[in-house]
Design a protein around this ligand. Structure first.
Ligand code: CA
Length: 407
């Protein structure tokens, strides 16, 4: 049983607000935040306008109590910058590859039918399923309506979560669900494939044909829904996500980055090959080069379907993990070389580095401590300027060079 007595994050939010306001000459008093009950009343009005029944609005939404832990999860910040090597090795595991192959054998006929219908090959559906919930092993047990209500009543992303809550209430009614069984992640993602309520309402379908759409308990519903969702996100049938590639000696790393796609023919001209040294297709297919661990690690060319994976979860690391796990489930071998063991940075160290690069005129955007595309681009430009290999990876030498330059 969770105690609702100490709803601390609201108090913290109030404290932050008062600090903010004390800086202005006008008010020394914090404005009153709406109480949870006032927030419920606002959400009830929104629910009625969205077409939720009076019964659900009163007997379910009206009875919700906040879940304080949810805001702790929402506010928790990692201490260290996530490295690709760490992320990837925790996700593309032998267990997931083997389990994926077992599930492929178990559902083969059904998965082949989905591929014909939606254009998405089986191994990708299994990769998403494996990464999201360990093939249904970890679906989350937090009551979805209470989680979304708590987040909707918090200031940080209130509009987004209020809308997801409305969709969750409509879903509850449409599928005649018991709220006790509507559970998932702390942020409201549900079932085998961790669909948010909006995605569930729009894209979940009845895979086994029993007249119900149950992403919690029915594997065929979950797989069919994932295929349907990916088709709607723009999956192109007949294309892969991308592939690992080999770069020639003296390669110009400034060409890397998701925002600088080129044709396969262009990459072939630059001396890029498949990992078995086979030539790339001499085609005008658009592909971007990613080198997530710098020049000592693997390089990848990613195609249009990689962008589709990022529409499911907007993270290059996630996209590479889905793509490679899919290949492995299908029978392909491991990466051509082991992932390099690179230095681990604290988020504050990465932020200091970003501030230094911005000061030096190499725009990396906001100093958020995340090694994203903008940071990599700025790092490449900086490395080029000081004569380091411009691979966009903040090596020890790169960070040291920035420290010296900024003085
Ligand atoms: Ca069903």
């Amino acid at each position: 049983m969770i105690s609702f007595a100490s709803f601390k994050p609201i108090l913290i939010a109030a404290a932050l607000t008062s600090v903010f306001f004390s800086a202005s000459s006008q008010a020394n008093q914090a404005p009153e935040l709406p109480s949870f009950q006032q927030c419920i009343e606002r959400l009830q009005q929104q629910a009625r306008s969205a077409g939720v029944s009076e019964h659900t609005t009163t007997a379910i939404l009206g009875q919700i109590k906040p879940l304080p832990k949810i805001l702790d999860y929402d506010r928790s910040q990692p201490e260290f910058v996530q490295t690709f090597s760490g992320y990837f090795s925790q996700r593309v595991t032998n267990w997931r590859i083997n389990k994926g192959r077992e599930k492929l054998a178990k559902h083969r006929k059904f998965l082949e039918k989905l591929t014909r219908q939606y254009g998405v090959p089986a191994h990708y559906l299994l990769a998403f399923w494996g990464l999201e919930t360990n093939f249904g092993g970890i679906k989350g047990k937090i009551p979805t309506i209470a989680a979304l209500t708590t987040l909707a009543c918090d200031q940080r992303r209130s509009a987004y979560f209020s809308e997801e809550l409305m969709q969750a209430l409509l879903l509850l009614e449409r599928e005649n669900l018991d709220p006790k069984h509507m559970v998932g992640s702390w942020a409201g993602a549900m079932g085998h494939t961790q669909f948010m309520p909006t995605a569930y309402m729009k894209y979940a379908i009845d895979g086994d044909g029993d007249g119900k759409i149950d992403l919690w308990n029915n594997e065929h519903d979950a797989l069919a829904s994932a295929a349907h969702f990916l088709q709607n996100l723009g999956w192109k049938a007949g294309y892969r996500w991308g592939r690992e590639v080999l770069l020639p000696q003296g390669f110009n790393y400034q060409l890397a980055g998701k925002s600088s796609p080129q044709t396969l023919a262009f990459w072939a001209q630059q001396g890029v090959t498949q990992v078995d040294n086979k030539a790339l297709d001499n085609s005008d297919l658009s592909a971007a080069l990613l080198i997530p661990t710098g020049h000592t690690g693997s390089a990848f060319l990613v195609y249009g379907n990689f962008e589709v994976i990022l529409r499911w979860n907007n993270s290059e690391y996630y996209g590479l993990a889905v793509g490679h796990l899919a290949d492995r489930i299908r029978g392909q071998g491991a990466l051509s070389k082991p992932l390099p063991d690179l230095p681990k940075y604290k988020v504050v160290e990465m932020q200091q580095f970003q501030v230094a690069l911005n000061q030096l005129g190499f725009d990396v955007g906001e100093a958020d401590g995340i090694l994203g595309p903008a940071t990599r681009k700025g790092v490449r430009a900086f490395q080029q300027s000081v004569g380091l290999i411009a691979d966009g990876y903040p090596s020890t030498e790169t960070i040291a060079a920035a420290k010296i330059s900024v003085k």
